[in-house]
Structure formats: structure tokens, C-alpha cells
Design a protein around this ligand. Structure first.
Ligand code: FPP
Length: 244
């Protein structure tokens, strides 16, 4: 009897390798980020077609501020370029934009453009395109702990009543409800690490790694990774009847 296929509701991607991709072509790193940005559009539309509900993309980490000033400036301007170029297509495809991260620390122009993108697509009901931008998972968990501690000290919550759900509800993915934890996390460009991304949420996610740099990771690659995921055997820590 063949097992039922896994449903892929939430896909998360660490889009790595833009810099190396550009270097290989004797171009500045920004050239790689620009092509990476164009690829975001291609993969978003492909994910939408595949029926994925939430696509979370790691676009800028809280650690990325340590990059050279010009590169940070370029990355901060990417949302401006991206939404300028692609907003009509996102609208046509019913895509809802979300940006999770410490948005108050963004330059005003970037802050305004991401707020506008979220507001303009608020009522769309298709794929949620969720950018992690100025995001760091340890900071996110620290913020959640602080919020919960404040609730306890105000008498709004008993410490004995803190559950795993309490923590999930205070993370930036809380609004995705039943889809808040990724089913599958893909990292491109051959590195095998998590880099402070969704540490709590990926407890039971399937992991996959592509050797391709992000700008080269195309719709066919996505399809293959999704098919591979659909046929995996997820046990969530349990023993399978067929294994006992
Ligand atoms: C990692 O590659 C990539 C980034 C830090 C930036 C990712 C951003 C995009 C792909 C565009 C995002 C688009 C929007 C709309 C925000 P790297 O620079 O670390 O590459 P390397 O490891 O080869 O140096």
C-alpha cells in the first residue's frame, strides 16, 4: 500500500549564494543580489502554482548589518526595487505580502515600502509571501520570553500555564495559525547550517539542501524538492506501525 503524500503548506528558504554567484561571473556582489531578487519573483509564482500556502524567505538577518556599508545599503533598497517591479504581478496572482522582522530599525524608505506592500495586499487570499527581513530567531525568542514574563508579572498569566503554544503565539509566525511551522526548509548554495532562522518553528521540519546558488535555483529545482518532500516519511518523533 503506498503511503499518502505529505502536504506542503509552509515552505521556508534560506536564499544563500548570491555573492558567490556574482563573483564567479566577475561581477560585484550586488549583481548577485539583484538576480536573487528576480528569482524571488519566479519562485513565488511557482510556489503559488504548487498550492503552497506560506513561503517564508530569509532575505536579511539581524547579523547582516555587519556587512560592508554599501552592501547593506543595497540590500535595504531591494524591497523598494522588488515591490516597484513586481507588485502588479503579485496582485494579479492574489499573493499576500508579509514582512517579519524588527521593522522599526529599517531605514524609513524601506520601512514605508514594506508597510505599503502589506497594506495593499492585506485582503489577498492566495499564497502568503513572507519575507524575513532584519530577522533573527534568537532575538525573536528573547522578545517572546520578555513579553511572556511581562504578562506573568502583571498577573495576566500563571507561570504554570505557559505551554509550547504560549511561546508559538508570541513569535512572528503566530498569525499563520495552523501553518506557522515550516513543513520543509530548503537552503541553497551548499552550506549546511541554519544561521539563526526559525529555530523554534523548525523543530519537526524536513530539511533539504541544494548545491545551486540562489539565483540558479529554478522552478524545476523547486518542483523536485517538493516532490521529494511529498514522498518522505514524517514520523514527528513517533514509531511507525511498520517499524515496530
Ligand atoms: C545570501 O547570499 C543572500 C542574502 C543575504 C540576501 C538575500 C536577498 C535576496 C535574494 C533578495 C531578497 C529580495 C527582497 C525583495 C528583499 P550571500 O550574499 O550570503 O551569498 P554568499 O554566501 O555567496 O556570499
Amino acid at each position: 500500500m503506498s503511503a499518502a503524500k505529505n502536504k506542503l503548506n509552509h515552505l521556508a528558504i534560506i536564499m544563500d549564494g548570491n555573492g558567490r554567484w556574482a563573483k564567479k561571473r566577475h561581477k560585484p556582489r550586488a549583481f548577485g543580489h539583484r538576480e536573487g531578487m528576480n528569482n524571488v519573483q519566479r519562485i513565488t509564482l511557482a510556489a503559488n502554482k504548487l498550492g503552497i500556502k506560506v513561503l517564508t524567505l530569509y532575505a536579511f538577518s539581524t547579523e547582516n548589518w555587519a556587512r560592508p556599508k554599501e552592501e547593506v545599503a543595497y540590500l535595504m533598497n531591494l524591497p523598494v526595487r522588488f515591490f516597484d517591479k513586481f507588485m502588479p504581478t503579485l496582485q494579479e496572482n492574489n499573493v499576500k505580502v508579509n514582512i517579519m522582522g524588527y521593522l522599526d530599525d529599517l531605514p524609513k524608505k524601506t520601512y514605508d515600502v514594506v508597510q505599503r506592500a502589506m497594506a495593499e495586499t492585506r485582503d489577498n487570499t492566495g499564497l502568503i509571501l513572507n519575507f524575513a527581513f532584519n530577522y533573527g530567531s534568537r532575538k525573536e525568542i528573547t522578545t517572546a520570553v520578555r513579553e511572556i514574563a511581562t504578562l506573568v508579572s502583571n498577573g495576566g498569566l500563571e507561570s504554570d500555564d505557559i505551554t509550547e503554544n504560549t511561546i508559538s503565539e508570541h513569535l512572528m509566525t503566530a498569525s499563520f495559525g495552523e501553518y506557522q511551522d515550516p513543513d520543509l526548509l530548503i537552503r541553497t548554495s551548499g552550506e549546511m547550517r541554519i544561521s539563526n532562522f526559525l529555530l523554534w518553528q523548525i523543530a519537526y521540519s524536513e530539511l533539504a539542501f541544494s548545491e545551486k546558488a540562489w539565483p540558479d535555483f529554478n522552478e524545476n529545482d523547486l518542483k523536485k524538492f517538493v516532490e521529494n518532500y511529498q514522498n518522505r516519511h514524517r514520523r514527528f518523533g513517533k514509531v511507525d506501525e511498520s517499524d515496530s
